[in-house]
Structures are given as C-alpha cells and as structure tokens.
Design a protein around this ligand. Structure first.
Ligand SMILES: [Zn+2]
Length: 182
C-alpha cells in the first residue's frame, strides 16, 4: 500500500486481526463497494459513481477553464482549496522516458477531443512541480499554443520536488490563485 511503511503495515494487520466479526464484515463490504461502485468519469477521468461525474455535469462550474492534473486524487485536493470552479482533466500519469511513459500513454488525445467540443478558453496545468511534471506541462503547453488558448501553470507555492497530495490547503490554494501564463 502506498505511503504505508513496515511498522504501519504491522499495526494495520494486527488491528484487522483483533476486529470483531461484525466490524470486520463492515470493513470488507466497504472495500467491496469501492471496487463495485466507483469508476472513472468518461469525460474527465475523475472518480465517480456515475458515467459522467458531477463536476462535468454541473452548470454551476465554469466550463471555459479546464485544470489538468496527473491523477484523479489530485482533484480532491484542489477541490478542498475552494479556489477553483472550473472543470478537470486527468492525464493518468506524466511523461517519464525512464519508465517508458510517453505522451501517447497519457490522456492527451482525449484532452484535444474535449477542446474541440467544449467551450474551453483556458487550460490550467496543475501537474506536480517535479522534473516529470514540469516536462509534461511544457509538452502540453507547446502542443496547445498554436490553438490560441490561454495556458496557465500553477505557481510554485507547492514545494518543489513534492506532490500536490502533500501540500497543505493554504499553499495549494495560493498556488492556484497566483497561477502564471507559460
Ligand atoms: Zn468528469
């Protein structure tokens, strides 16, 4: 499990072992529910219980701006800042030649399709401020520049080398507020 070291893993294992039968059954059915009911939005890639997620369907959201993130869980952290009211697009990773991941393995083709059918005027690139995240942001901005869209990047309020997941709400909110055109 990501983020869980050996000691925590032992603690969790013993906790499960000591659970009474009904708590254990609840625990198992919760995990089952996640696998059965949660899926990825067909439009943006967010985690959802329906074919198309609430954010894509909402008329309250600004359809002119799309925020590009690496993973579906990044949406959750950006939503927590309450600073962003547009839509999202999940890449499902970043360009990483060492791991054999190129632009074709990411949801970039799907993004281009969305630019054709949605009234998008601004693309806010919120990939992590890591080497791969920056390289992916550069690739996308070069790709989209000829289309004439406004392309922005979240500012470095998020610690360089870290990930969106570990940034506190305030830092991430500030980063979105002070985004820069690239
Ligand atoms: Zn969606």
């Amino acid at each position: 499990m990501p983020g869980i070291g050996k000691k925590s893993a032992y603690r969790i294992a013993f906790y499960i072992l000591r659970m009474d039968q009904s708590s254990f059954q609840n625990f198992i059915s919760s995990i089952n529910e996640v696998k059965e009911h949660l899926k990825f939005c067909k439009n943006c890639g967010a985690i959802t219980e329906t074919e198309i997620c609430e954010i894509c369907l909402s008329t309250e959201r600004n359809a002119k701006i799309v925020c590009i993130v690496e993973q579906p869980e990044d949406i959750f952290f950006i939503e927590n800042t309450n600073e962003y009211r547009g839509r999202y697009h999940v890449l499902n990773g970043v360009i990483s030649p060492l791991d054999g991941i190129g632009p074709d393995q990411l949801k970039i083709k799907e993004l281009l399709e969305r630019l054709n059918k949605e009234p998008i005027e601004e693309v806010l690139i919120a990939t992590n401020p890591t080497l791969e995240g920056d390289a992916t942001a550069n690739y996308i901005s070069q790709l989209l520049k000829p289309i004439g869209l406004k392309i922005t990047r979240i500012a470095h309020g998020v610690t360089i080398g870290s990930t969106i997941e570990y940034a506190d709400q305030y830092t991430l909110g500030k980063a979105i507020k002070s985004r820069l055109t690239i």
